[in-house]
Design a binder for this molecule. Structure first.
Ligand SMILES: Cc1cc2nc3c(=O)[nH]c(=O)nc-3n(C[C@H](O)[C@H](O)[C@H](O)COP(=O)(O)O)c2cc1C
Length: 359
């Protein structure tokens, strides 16, 4: 699997999720077998580049390459500037967000709203490619199947993007109108794959190794991208890799392994956000990690009342130690029926947050 000059470790990608896939989480997913991780989106609004949020999102310290930064916006020259700005700060791949349904982004005509205005979408793609290509930086595009059920224009936009020099297209198998409702469909993704020469990535509702195999077969895609199912279960990547390679299910991680990985993740998380914000934003990651385990909900509620990083770590270690006394491996209560739509809790105004979108 190759994006421009960058050869990837495998074809299992972690999806960009604002408020979730920050650097520590991307690094955890990479350790757990994801071959590629795209950053949370960075706004094309210059006045926000010095904000704490954007500077954290542009922080790639120690991150394994290629460094891929997603940009979102509505104005072609501003998007080109945003690409140049992020390339100067280490981005090796620029991803354009045309997949995001959040209300506030859409009212500014960014994200998936761009799919309704094909000339503007293409203008943005051309401007970003013109800014990135001279630096040898490939541009990729993330989109949905279309604006609405009767306007599924993914193939047309993807072809135009390929002709404009885009190096890879990711398609989430829902329309903008659908938000996160209903099920993702893979027929349109297969049509995009059949129409393009560049790599195509299938995304939407992949939540198990079996589903990963099925979606690869249905779409013929070059890679798959996983978002919500990796929340709290980043080991899904190694489970999928194992299943694709052997046809056998990998046993769940041991309780001790999971506890150690989560603690390492939390320490990285606190060091990026500082203790107060870090302690608060870590709650969602801890909640996701324990929610399908026996007693997980009670623990989540108690943990949400703790007010320091040290107390969080200690409680998590104790809880896992108690669980480990009864079980060697993570005893998931039930297979998740569908990926959760729990969203980021930091109220980002530009997030692709299913909760915001449903409001
Ligand atoms: C909390 C959250 C934040 C997201 N943020 C972004 C984003 O910043 N950019 C983007 O292109 N997609 C974003 N998405 C969409 C995901 O990348 C992905 O397309 C979608 O969740 C479907 O994949 P899944 O079913 O594997 O979760 C976000 C999704 C969630 C749940």
């Amino acid at each position: 699997m190759q994006i421009g000059p960058h050869r990837l470790a495998n074809h299992l990608f972690v999806a960009p999720m604002a408020g979730v896939t920050d650097r520590p989480f991307r690094q955890l997913c990479r350790r757990m077998g994801a071959g590629y991780a795209v950053s949370e989106m960075v706004t094309s609004r210059k006045d926000l580049w010095n904000s704490l949020k954007t500077s954290r999102r542009a922080n790639h310290e120690g991150e394994q390459g290629p460094i891929a930064v997603q940009i979102a916006g509505t104005d072609a020259p501003m998007m080109a500037e945003a690409a140049a700005y992020n390339i100067a700060r280490g981005a090796q791949i620029i991803d354009i967000n045309m997949g995001c349904p959040a209300k506030k982004v859409c009212s500014k005509w960014a994200g998936s709203a761009l799919m309704q205005d094909e000339p503007l979408a293409l203008e943005i793609v051309e401007a970003v490619v013109a800014a990135a290509a001279p630096q040898g930086v490939p541009v990729t595009l993330k989109m949905r199947t279309g604006w609405c059920e009767t306007e599924k224009n993914a193939v047309r936009i993807a072809q135009a993007a390929e002709n404009a020099g885009v190096a890879m297209v990711t398609v989430h198998g829902r329309t903008r109108e659908q938000g996160y409702k209903g099920a993702a469909e893979y027929t349109t993704i297969a049509a995009v794959k059949a129409a393009l020469r560049i790599p195509v990535v299938a995304n939407g509702d992949i939540d198990s190794p079996q589903k990963a195999k099925e979606v690869l077969a249905l779409t013929g895609a070059d890679a798959i991208m996983i978002g919500r199912a990796a929340q709290g279960r980043p080991w899904i990547f190694r489970e999928i890799a194992h299943f694709l390679a052997t046809g056998q299910e990998l046993p769940a991680p041991t309780v001790a392994e999971a506890s150690d990985w989560l603690v390492e993740h939390l320490l990285e998380h606190y060091s990026l956000y500082g203790s107060l914000t870090g302690m608060r934003t870590a709650r969602k990651h801890i909640g996701w990690a324990v929610r399908d385990l026996p007693g997980g909900e009670d623990f989540r509620q108690a943990m949400n009342r703790l007010e320091s990083c040290e107390a969080q770590i200690q409680a998590l270690q104790q809880w896992f130690a108690t669980l480990g006394a009864d079980y060697e491996r993570l005893p998931y209560l039930a297979k998740r029926e569908s990926p959760p739509t729990m969203a980021a809790t930091d109220n980002d105004d530009d997030d692709d947050d299913p909760k915001q979108q449903q409001e």
